[in-house]
Design a protein around this ligand. Structure first.
Ligand SMILES: [Zn+2]
Length: 264
């Protein structure tokens, strides 16, 4: 069965009454986001910071099945109005991953899809989040497809963004989130050598002692998640289709080779 042990890290993008058109999948309306946080709290889930989730990965902290961490990629301004009040109300920690060269500007990397640009939070907003205990991480300088870059370009995005955010906020940047979820062994190596403690991918799964801290698993929560599929992701770390594929991948070879006695 797919590995569902450990902390489930949930990945969000924007929370806005206008969730978008072509990119709608990555937007939640404020009422849905509030309902999801309410469901976690009412359901007895423990929400850890990403630093606490990393302690689980390092084997320094025991964890129950009902444990999640919350992350927000790109640093959208709308999160301040529509996600932050909910996080504050329930006293939930979260990590915000900034695109350092786009702070205070817009999501130019998504322009090719044709949706109106979305404003990104500024440095003062990020500093205020950090001051109230939220984690600020890096999501590169310009949100490129990292795996297409030369090693020096890749390093500029990975190490450079860490330095810029640390300069602007005066705090260590411990976590990286791979833009577009893309990474390879070169990216992983550069993230580790740049001094990050961990990095988030967009691969499904739980995060436990067997997890590579530089390829932590996350479940992306989309506009199309129902309360049931949201619960499934929080509970297992998998989308339903990904779960079915992973499970079939384990069962099918046994069926074909007859290990279960059904074929010779
Ligand atoms: Zn992103």
């Amino acid at each position: 069965m797919p590995d569902t042990a450990g902390v489930k890290v949930l990945a969000y993008h924007w929370v806005d009454p206008e969730p978008g058109r072509r990119l709608r999948a990555w937007g939640l309306t404020p009422d849905v986001f509030a309902a999801q946080m309410t469901a976690l709290v009412d359901g007895g889930y423990k929400v850890l910071s990403l630093a606490e989730a990393l302690q689980v990965v390092r084997g320094e902290r025991p964890v129950s099945h009902k444990t999640v961490a919350l992350t927000f990629d790109d640093g959208y301004m709308d999160l301040l109005d529509h996600a932050l009040p909910v996080l504050r109300r329930f006293e939930l920690p979260a990590t915000f991953f900034l695109v350092s060269d786009r702070v205070g500007r817009t999501n130019t990397w998504d322009a090719r899809h044709g949706d109106p640009p979305r404003p990104l939070m500024g440095w003062k907003d990020a500093a205020a989040l950090a001051a109230e205990g939220m984690e600020i991480g890096s999501h590169s300088r310009t949100h490129p497809f990292l795996t297409n870059l030369s090693e020096s370009e890749m390093d500029r995005e990975i190490r450079g963004s860490k330095e810029v955010i640390e300069d602007r906020l005066g705090r260590p940047v411990r976590f990286f989130s791979y833009p577009h979820g893309l990474h390879d062994t070169r990216c992983r190596g550069l993230v580790a050598s740049a001094g990050y403690s961990a990095a988030c991918s967009t691969r499904f799964g739980g995060n436990g002692a067997a997890t590579d801290p530089f390829q932590m698993h996350r479940s992306e929560i989309t506009h199309y998640d129902t309360s049931w599929s949201f619960w499934f992701k929080a509970r297992t770390g998998f989308g339903i289709r990904a779960w079915a594929t992973a499970t079939a991948g384990e069962l099918l070879p046994r069926f074909v080779t007859g290990q279960n006695g059904m074929t010779p």
